[in-house]
Design a protein around this ligand. Structure first.
Ligand code: GLA
Length: 404
């Protein structure tokens, strides 16, 4: 094409057409994704044996029935690139290859996820995606990957939005619908730009397996459950079906007390957070399973409206969180952050709240009343015409569904 005008016209046409093609896969993650990821418990100690056994455990326990579906290998599955630049899985730890592993996970009726990073190397120092985005995306599609977590280490001077858009476009081009999970820790405020890029984005640095503390590593910090919750409340307007705030993976079953695990799990559900278990599913106690697989609490998280809950009030270390649900119902969770129990007398006769974001009102003052269901006791506990008297243990929650 020698005519410069025609060339310009062709370039303009291409530019206007590109956004039509380059997009994230729609219709995925209409409710927050649920699954398991290797990092919180196993860090770099991953292998095909672990992943197969975890898939077995998920499929045969109550976890799959409760809605968990993605089995995600985090960092350290990869060791090098071959002479053509294709990523190579660790042959000692994954001797059957990633395709065979994905097939196995699929054979259990589950979905398969993998990890990479936008930088030159992953956070664990393994080969990452920069400059190989299209090549990697084709490989993932061929292997049958359903979910990609994409990290942000070793990204010196890279532009976050641009980098994640490149990977989004590569995945789209490869043709297999893959949930795209941005793990950029909230550094570049992904909630402002990632709605059309990914299906979920991390809002904070890494979670630390502790209810209320910070682990200072010097150049970076990891955050306890309470510290993470405090970073979520201002972000709720950015979340919704297909695009979720991600306060990081769960630490339930990794050592916190039962009360703390219950509180951690309930709050993630109030936040409409992705529910990605991070414990050893093969050896989990019935107690841990009773938390992770509580369907009534999960239903709060998975409510199809996809409205993230909010902190309504704080009194004497007890926070009241509210979440609008479909059919005019509400979830109400009282979180006791203190180290001692709290006596609560919930007098509904004065309660009226309008959520200006979702434009929904919870009014228990007037003639209208709601029935109450305690989601951890799994039983109905009266209605809002009478005050509810309860004791909330230290570091625990009371979670209710209000329904008609
Ligand atoms: C970062 C992420 C973690 C995990 C590790 C792996 O720290 O935030 O969730 O993926 O990298 O190296």
């Amino acid at each position: 094409m020698k005519n410069p005008r025609l060339l310009l016209l062709a370039a303009i046409t291409l530019c206007t057409l590109l956004p039509l093609h380059a997009q994230k896969f729609k219709d995925l993650a209409q409710t927050p994704p649920m699954g398991w990821n290797s990092w919180n418990k196993f860090a770099c100690d991953v292998s095909e044996v672990l992943i197969r056994e975890t898939a077995d455990a998920m499929a045969s326990s109550e976890m799959k029935a409760a809605g968990y579906e993605y089995i995600i290998i985090d960092d350290c599955w990869q060791v090098s690139r071959d002479s053509m630049g294709f990523i190579v899985a660790d042959p000692t730890r994954f001797p059957s290859g990633i395709k065979a592993l994905a097939d196995y996970v699929h054979s259990k009726g589950l979905k398969f996820g993998i990890y990479s990073c936008a930088g030159d190397k992953t956070c664990g120092g393994r080969p990452a995606g920069r400059g190989h985005e299209y090549q990697d995306a084709v490989m993932y599609a061929k292997w049958g990957v359903d979910y990609l977590k994409y990290d942000w280490c070793n990204t010196d001077k890279l532009n976050a939005e641009g980098s994640y858009i490149t990977m989004r476009d590569a995945l789209h081009e490869a043709g297999r619908p893959i949930v795209f999970s941005l793990c950029e820790w909230g550094n570049n405020k992904p909630w402002l730009w990632a709605k059309e890029v990914g299906h979920l984005w991390r809002t904070t640095g890494d979670i630390y397996n502790c209810f209320d503390c910070i682990n200072d590593h010097g150049t970076w910090k990891s955050w306890g459950v309470m510290q993470i919750i405090d970073k979520q409340d201002s972000l709720r307007q950015y979340a919704g079906p297909g695009h979720w705030n991600d306060p990081d993976m769960l630490e339930v079953g990794n050592g916190m007390s039962l009360n703390e695990s219950r509180a951690h799990f309930s709050m993630w559900c109030m936040l409409a957070a992705p529910l990605v278990a991070g414990n050893d599913l093969r050896t989990m106690t019935p107690e841990t399973q009773s938390v992770l697989a509580n369907k009534e609490v999960i239903a709060i998280d998975q409510d199809s409206l996809g409205i993230q809950g909010f902190r309504h009030s704080v009194k004497d270390s007890v926070e009241t969180w509210l979440k609008p649900l479909k059919n005019g119902q509400w979830a109400v969770c009282l979180l006791n952050r203190s180290k001692s129990p709290r006596n609560m007398n919930l007098d509904w006769s004065t309660f009226s709240v309008t959520d200006s974001f979702s434009i929904r009102t919870l009014d228990t003052k007037g003639k209208k009343f709601y029935k109450l269901r305690d989601l951890w006791l799994k039983k109905n506990t009266g209605d809002t015409r009478k005050p509810l008297k309860v004791i909330i243990p230290a570091h625990d929650v009371l979670c209710l569904r209000l329904f008609n």
